[in-house]
Design a protein around this ligand. Sequence first.
Ligand code: 9PG
Length: 509
Amino acid sequence: MTSRQWTLPVSPAGLRVLVNGYQSWSEAELRPIEDTQATPLMRWRQEQGHDPAFLPSGAPGRWRSHTLIALIRPDGGGWVGCAQDATRTFTHWEAHSDGAAVQVWYTQEGPEVPVAWEETPDVIRSVEAQAARLGQNMGARTPPPLRVWCSWYSYYRNVTLEAMIDNARQARQYGLEFDVFQLDDGFQADLGDWTEPSAHFGGHARDLPAALTGLGVTPGLWLAPFLVAPTSRLFAGHPEWMLRDRQGNPLLAGHNWGGPYHALDTTHPDVLDWLRELASTVRGWGYTYLKLDFLYGAALPGVRHDPAVGRAQAYRMGLQALRDGAGEDAFLLGCGAPLASSIGLVDAMRTGPDVAPFWDEESRRVWLGDATGPSARNALHTSLSRWYQHAWYQPDPDVMIARRELSLLSRNERHALAGMLDVIGGLRASSDPIAMLDAEGLELLRRSLQISAPDRPVTLTRSFGGAVTHFSRGTFNLEDTLAEGIPAHGYQEHHGMRLAVTTSEADFA
Ligand code: 9PG
């Protein structure tokens, strides 16, 4: 295990830290270093929302980060560190303030890889430069962003073949410019039994692509390819394919869909064959866009068929098998996925928790220390704090919710979501049933489907809510009270004007 440590010649007072969570749903934050990094109190959230082997600290003045970390002085300068490879190695950063001095160190799990570390007058620029270098080293794929309609955030698991086709037809009638119609969770008989339909779907997933192509959109499909339900035929047929715990039992890889589930051991050659076959089968049905979800399952700590393969490498072998099966020209969106380890194999990546048709779930976030759950606030908070990751893949900050029916979001909150999509500049997505949209909803959806170039923060020395909130095109207020004229949960565009930057930052711009 490689390890290095630095003592920073700076007082912790006024110092901020920018951290990056492990996988899509883990928090990324911009916080005063003396704050406490929240850690989930519920055990089952540790493996599902984080790396259970390197959890958020839960302690004041102690911040853990994956792959990249930055420390920001009040003048906008500071220190930035970033792993330069993540194909077989996890790089774990930790910054600690004891109230008087600040120490930063990293450890690596996997073969030793180089790490960039620099003191910089301009943290924003150094974060972007170091992240870009990692992207280049790993052959990042950054195809043009796509506009995606996805069934999840309105139909959830009750999606039907008919609802997919109806929405695609109506989107065409209204001239909504979607590139992809993506069927999400709910079409399959069980986790692992992807080629068998669920009872309620009203057809088979292989029947959908022809109808979608006929309507002028690319067919997309959701899979959680590394997960296996204990009730599935896959589990009954191949219990020896599961990742195991130390007692030799199939590892519990999380809890969702009303029960616990297992994960495939991607160091097993037969598992890799099965994954290639799965991806090539759905590709053969006509799906050239795949949302590959709950990918963290293959990287969990556990006992593997080949003990010489580390978990970062095991993850990558599984993802490579899916890429090989889907083909070089398939568009792969990662989700619930270890971020840096996916660079070069996925085209796009979810960079935050799920958006939901409400702002916040305070009981879970504040009292249970879990900001990885679905909410508009959690999605904004984390995706905005990962703005620089467009150098790794096309970022997917998740859906716009423009509808007013079946939603508790206020107009300000809807506009904040639209602002996030504009500022991040990656994929555009919506799940709104087209028939639910009134004139205002249609207008907002149309606007949020307009592709934009990624924006840049103007400062990391200020924040309205513990995230990166001050961008050149506008400012987000994630707090619950008015902040400098911006309403709670709101977004204020700077109407063509660049926000005034502080002198010290302007000097280095
Ligand atoms: C389908 C959904 C959608 C969504 C994905 C993912 O930690 N969790 O328990 C957890 C459950 C579901 C979830 C995210 C986290 O949502 O992000 O877009 O595809 O699966 O089941």
